[in-house]
Design a protein. Structure first.
Length: 409
């Protein structure tokens, strides 16, 4: 059994920085976060080695309301934080994609694709779900990528997982470009929920974001096909990038007025493209909510799913609006998932290199499924400590260099 390098942390930080909507927090930014004696901006938490060195600077226009909070989870005398039951597995089928989105696979990134022989096979994915993950309590599964529809066995994988009596929920995240040809097959195989990335309604802006020309119309056609086939709920994911597509927030929210769709606005993260993140920063979900609220009003809503989105509805609208606020609102304590990468590494945390298990190598070396189940249970048991205490980016700089496509999102 192979494990990723882990680093223990002897120094437990007393403070981290979290955003707060009140104006009074803004005046305390420098006093609380401060600059070092050399005048350098500190990391969000040097002990966590997190990649947000500019979050407290005046150069980031959307980040001016902060307060310092004590995070007791990091104090040794406190017990492990309670987390949701871990029953949700995100499975990356492939690390390749037919788009080159700025926030996922930036043009200047050197993409080190996994060799075909190093990817989990269709049979291995199905076997791991059936013989390892379901027996230890997983009931909800999401297929991701890269672009999962590029995987030649995607329909077979859907059919096999959907047919398992223990499967409570199966969903898939896609860029939608191939949906016009595959939506009916996927639905027929048992898939009922789907998330589609749609970062702009403007074809030129869309092409700019996805790094390919002429992709908007076929993507929109795929969305319409998914609606026609009957996927419910049909979710649209929007990564909001300041100065690129943030002016379209209201237009995208308006899609829910007369459609039974769920539009989810996702805060831009620095994974895989730290330079763009530093250049553009990010817009807090609360600001987006305020813009939508000022135009139509907002009320609490609900939508079926397993994710961390806060859900609202425009009064009288058929659909709902969600906000995933991984930058401005801490929700690690609500995490209910593990991630299986396309090359077989099981990850406990999106932003953490600690504790990974190489299931593919173990499986191919003949390690018994009972032993694999034991290791997965052990990882689940340690997930809270890994999430809150043992952060490791895997680099000396503290910057996450993996692209989102290689992690599985």
């Amino acid at each position: 059994m192979q494990y990723a390098r882990a680093r223990s942390i002897d120094r437990l930080p007393a403070k981290i920085f979290c955003r707060e909507g009140s104006q009074e927090a803004g005046g305390r930014r420098q006093e609380a976060g401060g600059r070092s004696q050399e005048g350098k901006i500190p990391l969000l938490s040097p002990h966590l080695r997190t990649p947000y060195p500019r979050l407290l600077t005046d150069e980031a226009p959307y980040l001016n309301n902060w307060k310092v909070v004590k995070l007791n989870l990091f104090k040794a005398e406190f017990s492990r934080p309670n987390m949701n039951p871990i029953d949700y597995l995100r499975i990356s089928l492939i690390d390749r994609c037919n788009f080159r989105c700025q926030y996922c696979m930036p043009e200047d990134a050197e993409l080190d694709y996994v060799l075909r022989q190093d990817l989990l096979t269709t049979e291995e994915i199905i076997a791991l779900v059936r013989e390892v993950f379901i027996p230890v309590g997983f009931r909800n599964f999401r297929l991701t990528g890269g672009e999962p529809l590029l995987h030649p066995g995607v329909v077979e994988i859907v059919r096999s997982i959907a047919a398992l009596p223990e499967t409570r929920d199966l969903s898939l995240t896609t860029n939608g470009y191939l949906l016009d040809n595959l939506a009916e097959k996927l639905y027929g195989a048992g898939l009922r929920r789907i998330n589609i990335s749609l970062d702009s309604l403007d074809p030129e802006t869309f092409d700019r974001i996805v790094g390919r020309r002429g992709r908007w119309q076929r993507t929109w056609t795929g969305i319409q096909k998914a609606r026609e086939v009957g996927f419910d709920p049909l979710k649209l994911n929007v990564v909001v990038i300041p100065g690129v597509n943030d002016a379209e927030v209201e237009d995208l929210a308006a899609l829910t007025l007369d459609r039974d769709w769920h539009v989810r606005f996702i805060e831009f993260m620095p994974i895989g493209n730290a330079e763009l993140f530093q250049e553009r920063a990010w817009i807090p979900s609360e600001e987006l909510r305020a813009r939508i609220r000022s135009r139509w009003g907002l009320q609490e809503g609900s939508v079926r799913g397993n994710g961390p989105a806060d859900v609202f509805r425009i009064p009288g609208a058929r659909g709902t609006i969600g906000f995933i606020s991984q930058m401005s609102e801490c929700f690690c304590d609500r995490c209910n998932r593990l991630r299986l990468s396309a090359d077989g590494w099981l990850r406990p945390c999106l932003l953490n290199e600690t504790g990974q298990i190489d299931l593919k190598t173990a499986l191919r070396q003949g390690v018994s499924t009972s032993e694999l189940r034991r290791k997965v249970r052990e990882l689940i048991e340690n997930k809270a400590d890994i999430n809150f205490k043992l952060r490791d980016t895997g680099t000396d700089t503290g910057i996450y260099t993996r692209t989102m496509s290689s992690i599985g999102g």
